[in-house]
Every structure is written in structure tokens, then in C-alpha cells.
Design a protein around this ligand. Structure first.
Ligand code: DC
Length: 213
């Protein structure tokens, strides 16, 4: 079973994906971590993620064991990752790992920007999780503040809008809802309500309606 979850930055798709995976006993891959790790490794070598050759070298050398790294969470790395993610050859290099992950037994929940459209077009269930830019900025701001970051909510909103723009308008695999994806707008839902809505969608798609706990 493959569940593909796409959506813009700070839409809550990562938290949802983790909980959905735990609920169904599936593996979980946050593909944003791959692009973030490429950006981290490029920067560590003094390279620029906007430079295709530098990002490609990092993508080819990427160690999947290095994804569990708190340094990947910051907004600066997210920004750098959105540059690394623009290069077609970087995306192609990371594709094989993502597709192999999707084939793991008994199945996987994979979240990102192009999972339903490019990585797993045959996924059993596709969700497109979104929320208004203002609500996403509010949530991300609270999270950053909790972690001690010195930013304003307006700065976070600016970052989110810039990143949306870059993710939606790049030439390869831009962020967009797959035609057969179900839209889940979490603007007015807290995480528990969003989780229940997601489970309802997955159960309905799998023909198990009513069985979720
Ligand atoms: O989801 P995130 O914020 O961790 O993603 C970081 C960047 O990586 C984001 O700006 C776009 C890119 N990305 C992508 O292009 N394709 C994916 N499947 C996942 C992330």
C-alpha cells in the first residue's frame, strides 16, 4: 500500500504523514529531508545549492542514514533545499531511492511535492494537504519560536510565499495537486481533526470506511 501526500511548505503534511504511517503500520519517508540533506552537504563543501554540479555531486553521494539530523529542520536549509530541488538531474538522482522506498513491505507513506504526480503516480491513495499561507506562517512561527529562533511572523510569511512561488513555478516536477488526489485543507482544522479527516479519506479510498479507530 502506498499513500502519497503532497502539499506546500508548513501545510502540516509531515506531521500527518507520520501519524498516518503509524496508524496503518507503514514506513514513512519525508522526501523534503532528501533535498534538505543535499543542500546541507553542498553547503558543507563550500558549494552553492543553486549550482547544479555542486548539488548533483551531493545528491549522488547522499547517505540516507544521514537524514535523521536536527540541523535539517531550520528555515535556512529549507530555503537552500528549494534551490537544490530545481535541478532536474538532482531530482532524477533522488528518484530511485524514493521509488525503492515506496516498494518496501508492507507499504509506505511518502510526503513531498511531487509524490502523487511523479514519484508514485500509481499510489493507492493521494492526498494534497494545504492551508492558507497565513495559517501556515502562524504554525511555523510558533514552532520556530519554541525552538528559540528569533524571527517575526511576517518574516516567516514572506519565506513561505517565496518558497511556494519557487516550488510551484519551477520547470521540473512543480508542486501541484495530482488529478486523482483528494484535497485536504487544514486551515481550520487542528492536527487531530486533520488526522481524522485524512484517515477517513484513506479508509474510503481503500474501501474500509468506518473501520478506523
Ligand atoms: O517539505 P520541506 O520543507 O522539507 O522541503 C524542502 C524543499 O525541498 C522544498 O522547498 C521543495 C523541495 N522538495 C521538492 O522539491 N520535492 C519534494 N518531493 C520534497 C521537497
Amino acid at each position: 500500500m502506498i499513500i502519497a501526500i503532497d502539499g506546500p511548505a508548513a501545510s502540516g503534511k509531515g506531521t500527518l504523514a507520520k501519524r498516518i504511517a503509524a496508524h496503518y503500520g507503514l514506513h514513512h519517508l519525508d522526501t523534503g529531508q532528501l533535498y534538505r540533506a543535499v543542500a546541507r552537504d553542498t553547503l558543507a563543501k563550500g558549494g552553492d545549492p543553486a549550482d547544479e554540479a555542486a548539488s548533483l555531486a551531493a545528491a549522488r553521494a547522499l547517505d540516507p542514514e544521514s537524514l535523521d539530523d536536527a540541523a535539517l529542520r531550520g528555515p535556512k536549509i529549507g530555503e537552500a533545499a528549494s534551490f537544490a530541488a530545481r535541478h532536474p538531474k538532482v531530482r532524477e538522482t533522488l528518484r530511485a531511492y524514493q521509488r525503492a522506498f515506496a516498494r518496501r513491505n508492507p507499504g509506505a507513506v511518502i510526503d513531498g511535492r511531487d509524490i502523487g504526480t511523479v514519484i508514485c503516480p500509481d499510489a493507492d491513495v493521494k492526498l494534497f494537504v494545504t492551508a492558507s499561507p497565513e495559517e501556515r506562517a502562524r504554525r511555523r512561527y510558533l514552532e520556530l519560536k519554541q525552538n528559540g529562533a528569533k524571527v517575526t511572523q511576517d518574516e516567516v510569511l514572506d519565506d513561505i510565499k517565496t518558497r511556494d512561488e519557487r516550488d510551484q513555478n519551477r520547470a521540473v516536477a512543480p508542486l501541484r495537486q495530482a488529478e486523482d488526489a483528494v484535497l485536504l485543507d487544514t486551515t481550520n482544522l487542528d492536527i487531530d481533526a486533520a488526522f481524522r479527516a485524512a484517515i477517513d479519506i484513506v479508509d474510503a479510498a481503500m474501501g474500509h470506511a468506518g473501520q478506523a479507530g
